[in-house]
Design a protein. Structure first.
Length: 319
């Protein structure tokens, strides 16, 4: 017994009765994060690990992806965490497929300048970038990363969204990087390949983006790959434009279209997708996309992307 406080007896618990994780958390002021909050998906994990590195604070994330059909780490999440571990020479525990609990403790930033991050599946390359880009940007040097996996897959932003929507908005904050799409990859085999070269930042520039403005230009970009017929991309475009034309004033909006058939040099496997980009008079950039899937009609893919864009713009926001 150590002391009497408020009429209650306070006991010292022998260290032998405390778990290792409990002792560590007490001694290092570990930030505890519940991965089941809000949508309970992988975004909580990606943000937490990136911020842990940037702020030099150890974290423990529990209930990872608790609200997904298959909770815990998938290949994409695992490789993303391991890459950030390499960047910060971090201590990492619990890093295994299906794990629902990890401990991450960052250390000194890497001295390496080149990395390869490969999911060996169709795991999203854009989500790999999402977890690591903040850490790369605020590193001490230019770093080149080869990301391999799926470039155009469901439940993740496609590579064209990253290139044509995210990148110009990030540039307003002073974020610059070189990005190359070497090869598209799709479910189930992946094998896509992109190259990212980052330039170090000291701070972000402030921006003011308060008014949505009027839509002035809409780009409809579609592609097919492998054995998917070229007319599929044309049908996606037509279906999307038919929906958009009913909502936007044709006299005020300029349309640009591209329907591309990828080659074996620029893609791996069968796939199809569409991205619609809308820019406004105030400089806002909106994007919506849809991915081709087995037994999904071309027209349905185009309509899905168009309706998603319209719904986003109806909300009145700037991004």
């Amino acid at each position: 017994i150590n002391a009497e406080y408020g009429g209650l007896t306070k006991f010292r618990i022998p260290r032998a009765f405390l778990s290792f994780s409990s002792l560590r958390n007490m001694e290092k002021d570990v930030v505890q994060i519940d991965g089941s909050i809000l949508e309970g998906g992988g975004q909580v994990l990606r943000n937490s690990v990136a911020l842990s590195g940037l702020l030099a604070k150890p974290i423990q994330v529990q209930n990872i992806r608790a609200k997904r059909k298959t909770p815990g780490l998938a290949a994409q999440h695992l490789q993303g965490i391991k890459f950030v571990q390499e960047l910060y020479n971090a201590k990492l525990e619990g890093a295994a497929v299906k794990s629902t609990d990890i401990y991450f403790e960052p250390n000194e930033y890497t001295k390496r300048e080149k990395f390869v991050v490969d999911t060996h599946t169709a795991g999203s390359t854009c989500l790999l970038i999402q977890i690591s880009l903040p850490c790369l940007l605020f590193g001490a040097k230019k770093i080149e990363v080869q990301y391999k996996g799926g470039t155009d897959v469901v439940n993740a932003p496609p590579v064209d969204y990253f290139r044509y929507v995210f990148r110009p908005i990030a540039a307003l904050f002073g974020v610059t990087f070189d990005f190359t799409l070497n090869r598209r990859g799709f479910y189930p085999k992946g094998n896509g390949h992109v190259t990212l070269i980052t330039n170090p930042l000291k701070s972000l520039s402030p921006i003011s983006m308060l008014e949505q403005g009027e839509i002035k230009e809409i780009q409809i970009l579609s592609f097919v790959s492998g054995s998917v017929p070229s007319h599929v991309s044309q049908r996606m475009n037509r279906a999307a434009k038919a929906i958009l034309s009913k909502f936007f004033d044709a006299s005020k909006v300029t349309y640009k279209e591209e329907a591309k058939a990828e080659t074996s040099d620029t893609s791996f496997g069968n796939g199809a997708g569409i991205l619609i980009i809308a820019t406004t008079t105030t400089g806002c950039v909106f994007g919506s996309s849809a991915i081709g899937e087995l037994k999904k009609k071309s027209e349905d893919i185009g309509q899905e992307a168009a309706n998603h864009l319209i719904n986003n713009i109806k909300l009145g926001g700037c991004v």
